[in-house]
Design a protein around this ligand. Sequence first.
Ligand code: FES
Length: 104
Amino acid sequence: VSFTTPDGEELTTQAEAGETVLQVALENLIPGIIGECSGNLSCATCHVYVDDAWIGSLPAKSPDEEEMLENASEEPTASSRLCCQISITDALDGLHVRIPASQR
Ligand code: FES
């Protein structure tokens, strides 16, 4: 999984299938991903913009995720996800996400 940080730095990580993108970010101390609620869908401090090429590979958002995204510190778009809700699979090898500048 690779991340563009709020400062524009590109960081690439190793991830295991079954981990969430939030776990990968926290393990690798990726700046801008806080995960205040530890993946319980009650913050939005794990907001990321998923690259267009990968959007179709992700499971659909739950209504709860949609609702929580409305509380994100930066305007959500069609490519917005809460990264605690993205579980890594082999099909996501190479996933790239951008962390909102507001999460600096
Ligand atoms: S970590 Fe709180 S919603 Fe994802």
